[in-house]
Ligand binder design. Structure first.
Ligand code: GLA
Length: 384
């Protein structure tokens, strides 16, 4: 793949460009816990967004996406949010170039194979790849965490999604064969080997990409904060749902709006599932881990209400298929992908069966992906 990309960029620019790659992510468990300052367990995937960049002298940001045959030009004097994918690049420039006056313009080309709208974080991958390229070209000396935080702020201010840090962090810190247990409050992290040669992570795409996803997402965040503002009256050390114990929530259940109570119950349970899940993975207990994935899905569907008919159908059907340990809605929700753990030898049979069952019900064939946990964002060096 990378050789091909290098050739494409070379052809396009007619000279060498700075090329950076950044992957999408999976998340094994710990969904919507990041902005509640709890834990997540993502891993980078072997699907990347590639950004090629060369300086120009006309002080413009010229953008092109190879797949879409779209071209855009922006003046670098005025970075502001726009519709569509260019907003992520404008946002990254705004966030990471402190004096906002660049020494030269840039021609930027984007391509890649992270499916868009499938819940694998193509936008975080785009921000991460572009951030890494800017860091190289302008010698900014930013750390990977700096670039991840700039990506998160870009989502907040240039794409109106009040997301947590998981996606950008995972894209920039991924390590082949490892998941990352990230503490979203301290930003400390630990690599946990995903060392199960007889098992595969398989993503099943609902092919649903909900248009309300960002407004519902932001609403979940507000509901969690509403819970915290009431519960902290009873314990001054509470700053986020990460700090709330189940007993405290139950003791004050009546004071919370029913929806807020359910959102809080899910997050508190999910954070505990993540902590237990990491212990199970370290003990190589995939049966117990898989059970937690199913519990997570029930919480996401009933209490957090970010699943959809297609996701619930898939998890229900997947449960009864051969060789499966666990399955659940992954990522922001409202469609996107179901993440499953499947025995290697059963994986191909699993894919054809679930495709058949889904098509029979919804009249469309779901894309399925066998994932490999891979390296995070990197500079793609042309071969000397
Ligand atoms: C999206 C957000 C992340 C995270 C997940 C849900 O991917 O970008 O920050 O909240 O949803 O876990």
């Amino acid at each position: 793949m990378e050789k091909n990309i290098l050739r494409q960029f070379q052809q396009y620019f007619g000279k060498e460009s700075q090329i950076a790659a950044a992957p999408g992510r999976v998340n094994l468990i710990g969904e919507h816990t990041d902005y509640n300052l709890g834990f997540v367990l993502p891993g980078a995937i072997d699907k990347n967004i590639y950004v090629g960049l060369t300086p120009n002298t006309d002080y413009l940001l010229n953008l092109q996406a190879l797949e879409f045959h779209e071209k855009y030009s922006f003046s670098l004097d005025n970075m502001h949010p726009v519709k569509g994918w260019p907003t992520y690049l404008l946002g990254m420039i705004y966030m990471i170039m402190p004096d906002k006056r660049l020494p030269f313009g840039m021609d930027v080309v984007v391509t890649g194979d992270v499916p868009i709208g499938a819940g694998m974080s193509s936008s975080a991958a785009l921000c991460s790849a572009f951030g890494l390229a800017l860091n190289e070209v302008f010698h900014l000396g930013l750390s990977r965490m700096d670039i991840a935080l700039a990506g998160q702020k870009t989502e907040h201010l240039f794409a109106s999604l009040q997301c947590g840090i998981m996606d950008q962090f995972a894209s920039l810190h991924g390590k082949a064969g490892h998941l990352i247990k990230l503490d979203c409050r301290s930003l400390e992290y630990e690599y946990i080997p995903f060392d199960f040669p007889d098992f595969r992570i398989v993503l099943v795409n609902t092919m649903v990409s909900h248009t309300l996803a960002s407004s519902e997402y932001n609403l979940r965040r507000q509901q969690c904060e509403a819970g915290v503002s009431i519960l902290k009256k009873y314990d001054g050390s509470i700053h986020s749902l990460r700090d709330v114990q189940k007993d405290l929530l139950e003791a004050h259940k009546e004071e919370l709006d029913e929806t807020v109570y359910k959102r809080c119950r899910y997050i508190i349970g999910e954070n505990q599932r993540l902590l237990d899940g990491c212990d199970f993975l370290k003990k190589h207990n995939l049966n117990a881990f898989g059970k937690l994935m199913y519990e997570s899905h029930i919480g996401l569907s009933k209490d957090y209400a970010i699943s959809c008919d297609e996701s619930d159908f898939l998890v229900e059907k997947i449960k009864n298929l051969n060789g499966v340990k666990g399955a659940r809605q992954m990522g922001g929700g409202f469609g996107g992908c179901i993440i499953t753990l499947v025995e290697e030898k059963a994986a191909h049979g699993f894919i054809s069966e679930i495709r058949y069952k889904y098509e029979e019900k919804f009249n469309k064939v779901p894309d399925c992906y066998l994932m490999n946990i891979s390296e995070g964002a990197h500079i793609v060096k042309p071969k000397a």
